[in-house]
Design a protein around this ligand. Structure first.
Ligand code: UDP
Ligand code: MG
Length: 316
C-alpha cells in the first residue's frame, strides 16, 4: 500500500539563518511520522542572501527537498500560491520558515484529517509573542473592522500554518485572483475546519519581513478583497452630507429673510469647505482603491515568475 504523502510548503524570504534550524526540525517531525511520505517544498521568494544556495545543497542531500525560486520578491501570498500549485501530496501544509509555528504540531494535526471528519486543520495563536506593541494594536483593530464589514469570517490570531486535503487545495487554486489574501480565501472556500490553538514562539533567527506599510497595505488588500462595505460607507457619507446641506440651505434662507444678510462667517465657511473637500477626497480614495485592484486584476499578470527549480537547475 502506498503511503499518504504530506507536502510541506515553506515560503522563504531571506531566511538563511532560520533555514538550517527549520530543516532540522521538520526532518525530525518526518522521522517521527514514518507512516507518511514527505515532500518539503521551499519557495524562495527572491531572497538576497544565501537561501537559494542552501536550498540547492539541501536538495542534493535529501531528495524530499524541492524548491521553486522566484525571479524576484513576489510576497508571501504568491509564495503560498506557488507552493499549493506545485505540491504533489495528498495532504498539504503551509508553514513559516522561522519556527514561530512549531512543525511538531503536525503530529497532532494529521490524525484529525485522517479521521475524515475535517478537510482542514488550522491554527491560531493565543499570544502575539515577538510582535511589536504597535503591530499588536493594529492587528486587533484590523480584525475588529473586518469582522464587522465582511461576510467572510476572519479569525483573529489565525496563523498561516494549516493542513489541508487535496480537495480543499484544488478549491483554493480555482480562485486565480491576483490580489490574494489567503486568510480570506481559506475561509471563502468553506469546508470543515478544525481550529487548534497554541502559543507562538519568537523567531528562531533573522528578523520579521514585514514593516508597518507592508502590513498596512496587506490589511487594505484584505478589506478590499473581502468587503464592499467601504463603498457603501462612502455613498452613505454622500447622502448624509446632501441632507445636512439641504437643511442648512433652508436655515440660511429663513435667517436671511428674517434678519437680513450681514456678511459674516467666513472662517466657518472655510472650515466647512475643507471638511467637505476632505470627505470627498476620502470617498474618492475608497473608490480608487477598488478601481486599482480591479485594474490589476484585469491585466491578468502572473502571480509569480519562476527562475529556477530543483528540476531546471543547470549543473555547472
Ligand atoms: N515571507 C516571504 N515573502 C515575503 C515576506 C515573508 O516568503 O515577502 C516568508 C518568510 O520567509 C517567513 C514567512 O513568510 O517564512 C513569515 O514571515 P515573517 O516571519 O517575517 O512574518 P511575521 O511572522 O512577522 O508575520
Ligand atoms: Mg514570523
Amino acid at each position: 500500500m502506498t503511503k499518504t504523502k504530506i507536502s510541506v510548503i515553506v515560503p522563504c524570504y531571506n531566511e538563511e539563518d532560520s533555514l538550517p534550524l527549520f530543516y532540522k526540525e521538520i526532518t525530525k517531525v518526518a522521522k517521527n511520522m514514518h507512516d507518511f511520505d514527505f515532500e518539503f517544498l521551499f519557495i524562495n521568494d527572491g531572497s538576497k542572501d544565501q537561501t537559494l544556495d542552501q536550498l540547492r545543497a539541501l536538495h542534493q542531500e535529501d531528495k524530499r527537498v524541492r524548491y521553486i525560486s522566484f525571479s524576484r520578491n513576489f510576497g508571501k501570498e504568491a509564495a503560498i500560491y506557488a507552493g499549493l500549485e506545485n505540491a504533489s501530496g495528498d495532504y498539504i501544509t503551509t508553514v513559516d520558515a522561522d519556527l514561530q509555528d512549531p512543525p511538531a504540531l503536525l503530529k497532532e494535526m494529521v490524525p484529525i484529517l485522517e479521521s475524515g471528519e475535517y478537510d482542514c486543520v488550522a491554527t491560531k495563536s493565543t499570544n502575539r509573542k515577538g510582535y511589536s506593541f504597535l503591530r499588536k494594536i493594529f492587528t486587533k483593530c484590523f480584525y475588529k473592522i473586518i469582522g464587522i464589514i465582511s461576510d467572510t469570517e476572519m479569525v483573529s490570531g489565525a496563523r498561516d500554518f494549516r493542513l489541508m486535503t487535496r480537495q480543499m487545495v484544488t478549491a483554493i487554486l480555482s480562485m486565480k485572483e491576483y490580489n490574494r489574501y489567503s486568510k480570506g480565501l481559506f475561509s471563502f472556500v468553506g469546508f470543515d475546519t478544525k481550529w487548534i490553538e497554541f502559543e507562538i514562539e519568537e523567531r528562531v533567527a533573522g528578523t520579521t519581513k514585514w514593516n508597518f506599510w507592508k502590513l498596512f497595505s496587506y490589511a487594505l488588500e484584505g478589506i478590499v478583497a473581502f468587503s464592499t462595505t467601504p463603498l457603501v460607507v462612502a455613498a452613505l457619507i454622500g447622502v448624509i452630507f446632501c441632507f445636512i446641506s439641504f437643511v442648512l440651505i433652508i436655515v440660511i434662507i429663513i435667517k436671511t429673510l428674517v434678519w437680513g444678510d450681514p456678511v459674516a462667517g467666513w472662517p466657518s465657511m472655510a472650515c466647512i469647505m475643507f471638511f467637505v473637500g476632505g470627505t470627498q477626497l476620502f470617498c474618492t480614495g475608497i473608490i480608487g482603491e477598488y478601481l486599482s485592484k480591479t485594474y490589476l486584476e484585469t491585466k491578468k499578470r502572473p502571480i509569480y515568475i519562476v527562475k529556477e527549480t530543483e528540476k531546471t537547475k543547470k549543473t555547472k
